[in-house]
Design a protein around this ligand. Structure first.
Ligand SMILES: C[S@@+](CC[C@H](N)C(=O)[O-])C[C@H]1O[C@@H](n2cnc3c(N)ncnc32)[C@H](O)[C@@H]1O
Length: 281
């Protein structure tokens, strides 16, 4: 059968499961193509694709989120304190933001302290992290671009931007197929690189090479999804420095983020997250 038709069929088979229905079709097709090439049967390729999609996205959700209910709660909240409690409740529903909750009050205040006013942000593979905007020291006129593969979550986040008067835009986009093009003062690449690398070897370096941001906040988990991981911080730290040291020096006209050797880097270690603030120029 023609490869495109086979991929259409694989996409249909995978999205029959509610767990994968809202995922970016580009990512399903990309992972599906690799699985079709290496598996013996169509059925095995569907299974392999679902496994991979679970690893890069599905594993972070314990249950499906009731977005209309979440939005109604936000609409009815009467003060900032109530809204912040709702953001915390919602961020608890995604494993990655849940891990950050114990350090949320210090995470952005510490890592972004001392930066010039931040007027634009690109949040790569954002999960529910845009709900943490009230904790970020950003300029009042900030433009916030949020990228992820879950369409239903992004529709909700777009509604939240509108409700809270945030100048934000969500992008239902597979970062492996299409890296973001917006230049920004700050790129948030929080616990994203291991996830992309798991889907495709070399993806982390490719993404970093394409980012057009003055500052990059790059982080890694200090614990696995199942609990604290022995040696995780050391392993991720080594991965980060390998990435930086293998980045090519910038040539004229290249994105600033390609100039690995000129980066100014500050390291931060929190109880649940290892972070690096990179200034590219
Ligand atoms: C470890 S979580 C990090 C979430 C968020 N950055 C944070 O720190 O809270 C990884 C995120 O990457 C997203 N993701 C995985 N593969 C992706 C891809 N190819 N393109 C865009 N987003 C992706 C997942 O949906 C998930 O939200």
């Amino acid at each position: 059968m023609n490869q495109n038709l086979l991929l259409d069929e694989l996409l249909t088979a995978v999205t029959q499961s509610p767990k994968y229905r809202a995922m970016a079709p580009d990512l399903i097709r990309r992972i599906g193509a690799a699985e079709l090439a290496k598996r013996r049967s169509f059925k095995e390729a569907v299974k392999g694709t679902k496994n991979k999609l679970h690893q890069v996205g599905g594993a972070y959700w314990d249950t499906a989120v009731d977005y209309p209910k979440a939005l109604a709660r936000l609409q009815n909240a009467e003060d900032e304190e109530t809204r912040r409690q709702i953001y915390r409740d919602l961020m608890r529903l995604h494993a990655s933001t849940r891990e950050r909750l114990p350090i949320l009050d210090e995470f952005y205040a510490t890592t972004l302290a001392g930066l010039p006013p931040i007027h634009s942000v690109v949040d790569m593979a954002c999960g529910l992290n845009p709900l943490a905007i009230p904790w970020m020291p950003l300029a009042a006129d900030v433009v916030y671009h949020a990228y992820d593969i879950y369409g239903d979550m992004l529709v909700f986040l777009q509604e939240y931007f509108g409700l809270m008067g945030i100048n934000g835009r969500t992008h239902h986009q597979d970062l492996l197929s299409q890296p973001p093009a917006e230049p920004a003062d700050l790129a948030l690449i929080l616990k994203t690189l291991p996830c992309l690398e798991q889907a495709e070897s070399g993806a982390a370096a490719r993404l970093l090479g394409s980012i057009q941001a003055r500052h990059l906040l790059i982080s890694y988990p200090a614990q696995s999804l199942g609990g604290r991981g022995k040696g995780m911080v050391g392993n991720y730290e080594a991965q980060f420095w390998d990435l930086v040291n293998s980045a090519p020096a910038a040539a004229a006209g290249e994105p600033a983020a390609a100039a690995g050797r000129d980066w100014h880097i500050t390291r931060f270690e929190f109880a649940t997250e290892l972070a690096f603030l990179v200034t590219t120029s």
